[in-house]
Structures are given as C-alpha cells and as structure tokens.
Design a protein around this ligand. Structure first.
Ligand code: SF4
Length: 377
C-alpha cells in the first residue's frame, strides 16, 4: 500500500516533536508540507537531513510496482494498487473473455452469438471484452475487432500469472495470496495480473464461481463456453465493483426529452444521480405520451440524500426549470416531482408560480400507473 502523508509525517521531526521540527532546510515551511510532497513523489527524501533509515527504506519499498498493467488493444489488465475498493478505487475491471476455435463444429454459431451479444446498463452498451481465438480466421478477427472485442493469443497470456482452477476455496485463497503479495508486499514475483480459465457449461455454477473470482481477485477470466445470461450477470456485478467510490455516478443536469414531446407533454423532475435518472427515463420511454425530464445538479446524489444535504432545494430546482425553455413548450404547466420530495412542494410552488407542482410517486416503476390515473382524472 502507498505511504500517505500522515504515515510519513510520523517519522519526521515535527511528527516526533523533535527539536529540529519545521526547520525549513528541505525548502518547505513545515514538516507536514514536506510529508505531503513526499507522499505525492514531488520531492526528494534527501532534502531532509533528519530522515530516519526506517522511513528511507519504506520510501524505497514504496517505489516498487505493485501490479503491472498489461495492455490488450484498448483493454488494460491489472494495475491495481489497493486490496479493498473503499481504500481508493479499483482501476481496471476484470476482463471477460471466451474461447473460440475455428476448427470446432459449433464455431460459426458461437461466433455469431458472441458478435450479437450486447448488454445495456445505465445508458452504456457492453459486450464480451476479448476472445481467445484458436486457429484464428482473418475475417472473423476483423468482425470481432470492429465490435471492440480484442483477440487474445498465447503471447499475451504469457505476460499474465496463470492460476489453475481447482476448487473455489483453494482458488480464491490463492488469488488473495497473490494479490496481497503484489499490493502489500510489493513482491515482484507476483506483480503480473492473474488469469483463470473456467471450463464447462453449467452456467449457474460458473456464474457463482466467476462472481467470487471477480470479487477476489482475478484480473481476467477466460470461459470455455459462451452464455449471454452468464456474461450479462457478470458484467452487472463488475459494474458494481469497478465504479469509483469517490465519484458518484451522475448524468448531465439539463432537460431530457422522451417520445417527441409536444405541447401536451408531461414534465418530470429528479436529481442527476445516474440510477435515479435511468430508472425514471426507462419509465418515461415506455409511456405512450411524450414527456420532459428536468435533471437538477445534485452532485450525483439520490433524491432523499440530495434533499437531506440541501443539494436539491426549491431555489436549485427553479433555476434549472427557469433556465430551460419548457415553460413555452407545454400547455398544462405541470411539474411532477418525486414522491420523496413532497416536503419541497410548497416551497417549489412559490419559487415557480407559473407552474403547478404535483407530487408524483416515490418509486419510478409506479410512474406509468400514476400517469394513467392523472390522464383519466
Ligand atoms: S528539513 Fe523539512 S522535513 Fe526535515 S525537519 Fe526540517 S522542515 Fe521538517
């Protein structure tokens, strides 16, 4: 693990309450400033004459690569720097690959399924990352590459650390040991990213096994067989693990349109938390009528969190609505706010006197039923 400024500071004279504390000989006004610079690699340890050998050794150790990054076209494998995502973030998602052999009787069918597989989640489209192509055929290679699927060969695999699958417990233990040696001990023997091959066509078992391996700690999994359901499940799991916990998933704050809205369109409002947006957008797309969705800038917070943190207020919401030109576009002048923002209704009504504020549903999936009732009222 990396040495943080506080880890370094403890060894410096100010951290030890020594007489030389903050002497400025290193060019920094305080020991803390020097510690911060050292932790970021922005200064040389030799500038402080009072550095203990123990810290110099730690800093030297800290320079060693933890896990190497191996590139495969646009994919990066490895490069992790922490054992647990909450310490910082995981960097490069576990790569999912499938084996393909042009000499195999089911080759054409398998290639077609691989090429056709596409999975959409939170507005992004996903497919298989790579194919381990035995006896490759040029035309098929081109088709796969056009789709963004990389081709693995044995030269590439030689750059990785192969872990044989024995049973789940043993294999996970081995992967944990390898990752710990790489990240904590910075042991170069274990710095290559890992890959595992999983065989068989019992996709339920494979999904359970691969899920554990994605969590701890495979960098790449190559499957012998292809299954759309398996890959859709694993990609969903991977999305949960490999998002940066320090960066909330958010969409742009603006007015979105659904189903070619006209003057009779409904206007909805929610925060810019990606999951809130896509949950509502999904329902609005399924309506028979057109609609607008006003997205407020709320630092990627969900509705209730944003309201608690004052990231969605009547002032913020009214600014976004007023800055857009939807007032001129719709006849009914109704804004439907999330049910969870019921307490904001009166305040928002005052801030937007030209509109009628209606409290909608707490759950996005109830929007179609809510709209139906509204239209029949
Ligand atoms: S040289 Fe810098 S880091 Fe070392 S004791 Fe003086 S101020 Fe602190």
């Amino acid at each position: 693990m990396s040495l943080g400024a506080m880890d370094i500071f403890k060894f410096l004279p100010a951290g030890k309450r020594d007489t030389n504390a903050n002497c400025k000989k290193c060019g920094c006004p305080t020991c803390m400033m020097f510690a911060i610079k050292l932790s970021k690699g922005q200064d040389a340890p030799s500038k402080c004459p009072f550095l203990p050998d123990e810290l110099i050794e730690k800093l030297e150790h800290n320079k060693k690569v933890q896990q190497k990054v191996v590139t495969l076209g646009h994919l990066k494998v490895g490069g992790e720097t922490v054992l647990y995502r909450h310490e910082k973030t995981f960097v490069n998602p576990c790569v999912f690959a499938v084996e393909l052999d042009s000499q195999s009787p089911d080759y054409k069918q398998k290639l077609k399924r691989i090429l056709e597989f596409q999975f959409e989640c939170i507005g992004k489209k996903y497919h298989i990352d790579a194919v381990y192509f035995k006896n490759p055929i040029d035309d098929a290679v081109s088709l796969l590459k056009d789709k963004g699927i990389e081709i693995i060969n044995d030269d590439f695999l030689a750059k990785l650390y192969k872990v044989e699958y024995t049973n789940l417990q043993q294999t996970v233990s081995q992967l944990i040991k390898i990752r710990t040696c790489a990240i904590v001990d910075r042991n170069e023997e274990f710095s290559n990213p890992t890959f595992i091959k999983l065989c068989g066509s019992d996709f339920c078992s494979l999904c359970a096994i691969a899920s554990s391996l994605v969590c701890k700690y495979a960098n790449m999994i190559i499957f012998e067989e292809f299954s759309e359901a398996l890959f859709a499940s694993l990609i969903t799991l991977r999305l949960n693990i490999y998002t940066d916990p320090q960066k909330p998933l958010q969409v742009e704050s603006k007015v979105y349109e659904f189903n070619n809205p006209d003057e009779n369109a409904l206007v909805f409002l929610t925060t810019n938390f990606a999951l809130s947006y896509f949950a509502v957008a999904n329902e609005l797309s399924s309506l028979k009528c057109g609609s607008y969705l006003v997205i407020t800038p709320s630092d990627g917070m969900s509705v209730l969190t944003a309201w608690s943190a004052q990231k969605i207020t009547a002032e913020i919401a009214s600014k976004v609505v007023s800055a857009s030109n939807i007032l001129d576009k719709v006849k009914n002048k109704i804004i439907i706010i999330p049910g969870l923002l019921a307490d904001l209704k009166d305040e928002l009504q005052q801030a937007l006197p030209s509109w009628r504020i209606i409290v909608g549903t707490a759950e996005a999936y109830k929007i179609p039923e809510f709209v139906k009732k509204m239209q029949n009222a």
